[in-house]
Write a protein that binds this ligand. Structure first.
Ligand code: ADP
Ligand code: MG
Length: 679
């Protein structure tokens, strides 16, 4: 088999299974081999029931105590059975696996392996697997790959297919030159691919990951190097001589721009008038006031008769921007439009026609802006908000909708300058490094679950004072059903704890965009008091009256992500609070969370997060780095990023061409980072 053979050639993959793999974007053998495990199951030993901890996957050996019960909750069939060992008892719960009830017999000993969850104060084991004694003995101490799956495909099925592919494919061609491998202590690609799926031990897994992360960064850096060359100091067709409206808008604002905002706005005006194409990144912590900078820039474009577009990563955020922008731009006679995926075909068509005919000056949208057939009459400026949620490719796709328009990129990811220069190599960087005046720093506390009742009381007081509350439930990664269930369950529980009349709503990723929008809008217009949500509200949203955020199971989030979440409060003049609730209060968890509890500074938090992770610490939480990488994490792998970029810089055009000639599809792979053709 060849790396680019279809996966149909793998024994055991028939038409039906092939379709399931296709759903995951896997068509070729190479794509299958590069479908890396999301994590590994480390098979530990049997633990006493009384000492299991929330959030961990554990193995217990216990007797069935009561016969199992199956109940129906919404579209879920829930099977529940209670087990006991000498130390205590625990409930095991299975979702949509009613057959489990028939498999269990009273009085029989079972070895169960599953994740411990906290449901209303009680620990229970979810989706447990029953293990044969021999099976348990064989697996103890090993690392088993866990894949991100689609319905119908099991981890075992993926592992089997990968094993076959590994056996029958020649993996000897390694594109990375030997000297680069040697300098950076990297194992061969062949070895890395094998070990990332089936590591003999943790060390091997770390080595494998290191090599594959290096590859991602290296190819990314090559792609960026090419992009930089095409963009260097290009002449612009969109020189903006007129510049009176932005000043008027600034004067009409209810606040004064901060010094940092003023400085960045100066830089942008300079770019837009310079005659060269602007390529600028604005970096500023959550809440530092980036939106107004985007708005002023787009207003300037419109004043000069050019169109502008701003792309946001979620519909909810695009909607919110649309409303803000429309409210502020309409008085100047500037027309705005909204383009998102959830519009009807007819609505889309109408907006597209208005864009093409320049009836709309400023378009606010989501990915739909690049996915749909959008043609602008004269697009002079593109803005991407929350760039860390997009890949370079999407940003470039928006750019290519115009004829070398100016580009402004906004990001709240706090990354050290040295990394920013590598990741955003072709952009000039501006930093908004101060917060608007009059903001009171968010007050934080890190607590364990004993504090929950008190937290609810505190929320009531804040609600009585006319404020609003976010409660964040973690994503449940095993299945989307459980994610939804977690939020709805929590919501129901909360309704019984809060005084009657408290207006509570909930939001999760499985809802339709229109539904999400309306719930968000109701919260923004203060028709609800408490919003129970998953991390879908993580980016951008601005509800200044929300003063309390409580994050359940904070230990399951990366610190940088917690910081982004916290950015949803502290946006108005009232004092805000963030309660980080830890599901388990082990020393390590409390130590890690104390970093965010003690600091509101995004840079500091990200830095500490980095320091506290050991090099092998990737089994746990993965930070949402940037979307450009499958495995690599810009924080955790910062040192590999520098090394790979250094290696890439030594590569001449001729070297890249030679390498691409020798290794099939490498060119496509490099191009896939930016979408632009090179050489
Ligand atoms: P982010 O940088 O996270 O995108 P936003 O642009 O959403 O932040 O701004 C957060 C809030 O701060 C908004 O309500 C905005 O109106 C307000 N704001 C922005 N600049 C200032 C300022 N200079 N003074 C006071 N409030 C400001
Ligand atoms: Mg923002």
């Amino acid at each position: 088999m060849e790396l680019n053979s279809s996966i149909r050639n793998i024994k055991g993959i028939g038409g039906k299974t092939e379709k399931l793999f296709n759903k995951l974007g896997i068509y070729t053998v190479k794509e299958l081999l590069c479908f890396y495990p999301r994590g590994y199951d480390i098979f530990g030993s049997i633990e006493p029931v009384s000492s299991v901890q929330e959030g961990r996957t554990v193995i217990i050996e216990a007797v069935l105590k009561y016969s199992p019960k199956v109940t129906v909750s919404g579209n879920l069939k829930v099977t529940r059975a209670v087990f006991k060992d000498a130390s205590g008892s625990i409930a095991a719960v299975w979702f949509n696996m009613p057959f489990m009830a028939k498999m269990l017999h009273m009085g029989t000993h079972y070895i169960l392996r599953g994740r411990i969850m906290n449901r209303n104060g009680f620990l229970e084991m979810h989706q447990a697997k029953l293990l044969e004694r021999q099976e348990y003995a064989n697996l103890t101490g090993t690392l088993q790959p866990v894949y991100g799956l689609t319905a119908g495909l099991t981890c075992n099925a993926v592992a089997r297919a990968v094993k076959r592919a590994l056996e029958e494919t020649d993996l000897n061609g390694d594109f990375l030159p030997a000297d680069i491998r040697k300098e950076n202590n990297l194992v061969l690609w062949k070895k890395a691919i094998y070990a990332i799926h089936f590591p003999a031990d943790k060390e091997e897994c770390i080595q494998a990951r290191r090599r594959l992360v290096f590859d991602e960064f290296f190819l990314f850096a090559l792609a960026l190097g090419q992009l930089r060359k095409t963009k260097h100091k290009m002449e612009s067709q969109y020189i903006m001589y007129q510049n009176t409206l932005p000043g008027q808008l600034v004067n009409s604002l209810p606040y004064k721009l901060t010094k940092a905002q003023q400085a960045v706005w100066q830089e942008i005006q300079g770019d837009l008038q310079s005659g060269k194409v602007m390529n600028r990144l604005v970096q500023g912590d959550v809440g530092s006031g980036k939106t107004i900078i985007a708005l002023l820039s787009l207003l300037m474009a419109a004043e000069n008769g050019f169109q502008g577009a701003i792309m946001a990563p979620t519909e909810v955020l695009a909607m919110q921007h649309y409303e803000t922008f429309t409210g502020m731009l309409e008085p100047f006679g500037i027309k705005t439009g909204l383009l998102t995926g959830s519009l009807t075909a007819a609505q889309k068509k109408k907006v597209q026609a208005q864009i093409a005919g320049h009836e709309i000056d400023i378009v606010i949208g989501t990915h739909a802006l690049v996915q749909e057939k959008v043609e602008f009459e004269n697009l002079g400026l593109v803005v991407t908000d929350e760039q860390h949620r997009f890949g370079v490719k999407q940003r470039e796709a928006l750019y290519s909708k115009g004829n070398s328009p100016h580009m402004l990129v906004m990001s709240a990811t706090p990354i050290p300058r040295t990394l920013a220069i590598i990741l955003y190599g072709e952009l000039d960087i501006s930093v908004i490094d101060t917060m608007p005046e009059g903001r009171k720093p968010v007050k934080n506390c890190v607590v364990n679950t004993n504090y929950r009742t008190q937290a609810y009381k505190f929320m009531q007081k804040e609600i009585e004072a006319g404020h609003q509350v976010y409660i964040i439930c973690p994503m449940v990664d095993e299945s989307e059903n459980m994610e939804a269930e977690n939020v709805t369950d929590y919501y129901q529980m909360l309704c019984t704890k809060m005084p009657p009349g408290t207006r509570i709503a909930y939001l999760h990723g499985k809802m339709k965009p229109a539904q999400k929008n309306s719930i968000m809008e109701e919260f923004a217009s203060h028709k609800t008091d408490i919003l129970v949500s998953t991390t879908v509200i993580e980016v951008g949203i601005n509800v200044p009256e929300a003063t309390v955020m409580m994050v359940e199971n904070s230990e399951r989030f990366g610190l940088a992500q917690l910081h982004q979440l916290r950015g949803r409060v502290g946006r108005g003049s009232a004092q805000s609070y963030c309660i980080f609730m830890a599901g388990n209060d082990s020393k390590e968890v409390m130590e890690r969370l104390s970093v965010i509890g003690n600091s509101n500074d995004g840079f500091y938090v990200a830095e500490q997060d980095l320091k506290m992770r050991g090099p092998g610490d990737f089994f746990g939480i993965r930070q949402s780095g940037t979307l450009d990488f499958k495995l690599a994490d810009i924080y955790q792998d910062a040192d590999i990023l520098s090394a790979a970029s250094k290696a890439a810089r030594r590569f001449k055009d001729q070297d890249i061409m030679d390498m691409c000639k020798k290794h099939g599809r490498l060119k496509e792979q490099i191009m896939s980072y930016t979408g632009t053709v090179f050489l």
